[in-house]
Design a protein around this ligand. Sequence first.
Ligand SMILES: Cc1cc2nc3c(=O)[nH]c(=O)nc-3n(C[C@H](O)[C@H](O)[C@H](O)COP(=O)(O)OP(=O)(O)OC[C@H]3O[C@@H](n4cnc5c(N)ncnc54)[C@H](O)[C@@H]3O)c2cc1C
Length: 493
Amino acid sequence: MTKSCAIIGSGIAGLASAIRIASKGYKVDVYETNSIAGGKLNEFRKNGYRFDMGPSVFTLPQLIDELFVLCGKNPRDYISYTHLKTPFKYFYEDGTVINAYSDVDKFGDEIELKTKDTKKAFKRYLKDIETKYKITNEVFIENSLHIAKNFLNKRTAYGVLNFHKIDAFKSMNDGNKSFFKDRKVIQLLNNYANYVGSNPFVAPATLNVIQHLEINLGTYLPDKGMYSIISALVKLAEEMGVTFYYNTTVEEIITEPDSKKRKVIGLKTKNHELIKYDKIVSNMDIYYTFKKLLPKEKAPEHILNQPKSSSLIAFFWGVKNTYEKLNTHNMLFSADDETEFKSVFENNTLSDDPSIYIYVSSKHVKDDAPVCCENWFLFVTVPNDQGQNWDELVVKARKSVVEKINRILNTDVEKYIEFEETLTPSKIKESYLTPFGAIYGNSSHNKFAAFFRHSNFSKKVNGLYFVGGSVHPGAGIPLCLNSAKIMDKIFKA
Ligand SMILES: Cc1cc2nc3c(=O)[nH]c(=O)nc-3n(C[C@H](O)[C@H](O)[C@H](O)COP(=O)(O)OP(=O)(O)OC[C@H]3O[C@@H](n4cnc5c(N)ncnc54)[C@H](O)[C@@H]3O)c2cc1C
C-alpha cells in the first residue's frame, strides 16, 4: 500500500519537503492555514502593481533547481532568474554612494575609490569568509547536528582542526574591524547581521559567512519576481501528485505509544478528528508546533525559549515616478549603526535614525509596476513583538523614512505615493503563525546558537519531522531549503 505523509504548512521548506517525499513514492498532502502557498514568501497586487512582500534577496538558486532535477524535470521549464550585476547600492548620510558589483574586482575598486580602505584588504576579507564557509558549511548547514555519526568524518575533522579560523569568540563588528578601518565599509558588512535578525555587535564573526553567499557566490532575482519561486514549486509538487488543502489549519498531531516510543498516527483539523498518516512533517514554527499541536508531549523549553530574532516595519508604496538613482536593492544607512542596533536589541524599540532597505522589483520585472511608475517595498528593522504600540511606531518609522529618502535622494517622495500598505511584527505573527513576529526564528547572538535550534526529527515520536526557519539549520531561503534536504537524508522511508 502507498505510504502517506502530511506536511503542515506550505512555507518554502514545507514545499521542498512535499516534493522530496513525493519523489520517494509517498502520497503527500499539504495543509495550509492561508488561502495561498508560500508562507512568508508572499506577494500582493494592487492598482496594476505587484509586490513581493517577504524575501527579496535570493542566493544559492541551485537549491531550488535541484528539486526539479530530483523529479526528473528541467528547472528552466518552470522558473528563470538573473545573476544581478550590481546587486546592491548603499547610500550614506554624507552623500557617499557605494555600488556593490558582482564582479569582485570592480567591487574592490569601488571600495578603494569611495572609502579609506583598499581593494587588497577587501580581497583578503573575501578569501577569509570563503574559508569560514568551507569550514562551517558541511558541518553546520548541510547535515544534522543531532546525529553522532555526522561528526565522524573527514569534513568534520577539518572543521574541528580549523575551528580557530571561524572567529566564534569575536563579534561580527570586531571581525569586520580587523580587516577595515573605514566605518562605511564596516557598516556595510555589519548590515548582513540583519539577514539573520541579529545584532552585529554581539553575534559571532562566524556569521560573516553570510556575505560569502551574496558577494562571492552571487545574488539572483527570479525574472518574474520572488513569488514565482513558490508558483514553480507548487506546480512541480502538483505534478508529483501532492494535494494542497488551503484554508485548513492543523489543530493537533495525533500520536500513540509504540513498542519503544510514541509514533505519529495522523492529525486533527477543525472538521476531522483523525486523518491518518504514516509520517508528518511540521513546517509550522517549532514553538507553536509544541505549544499548539503536541499538547501531550514534553516541550524542549530550553530550545523554545531561546531569544528570538528581530522583525520589521515595512511600507509598500505604489510610486508614480521613476528614480534613476535607485537600484533593485538599496540601503540608505543610519548615520550611526551602533546606536541603531542598540535601540532595537537593547532598548526594544525603533531607532531614531533607522537604516532603510528599499527593494524595487520593477527595475528588473517590468510588469511589476505601470509605465513610468515603481513598486517600492521598504522596511526598517525593529524588535520582535513584545506588545509595543505598533501604530505609534509605524507613524514614527514613516516620518524617519520619508525624511531620509527626501534628504538622500533629493526628492519630495510623498508627492508620488499613489497608495500605501504596511506590515508590522504583529501582522507577521498573525499572517504566518510566527511567534513574536520574529522573521528569522531564534536570534544568532549566542556563539552556540546552532546547537540551540531544534533537530529536523523528533527523538521521542517516530515518524515526526520538523523543517523551516525555526529549526536547524536556521532561517532564510537557503537554510530553509537545507532543512528540507537534511530531513530528506534522515527520513526513514
Ligand atoms: C518581510 C520579510 C523579508 C525577508 N527577507 C528575506 C530575504 O531577503 N532573503 C531570505 O532568504 N529570507 C528572507 N526572509 C526570511 C524568509 O522569508 C523565511 O526564513 C522563510 O520564508 C521561512 O520559510 P518557512 O519554510 O520556515 O515557512 P513560513 O514562511 O514560516 O511558512 C509557514 C507556513 O505554515 C503555515 N502554517 C503554520 N501553522 C500551520 C498549521 N497549524 N496548519 C496549517 N498551516 C500552518 C503558515 O500559514 C505559513 O504559510 C524574510 C522574511 C520576511 C517576513
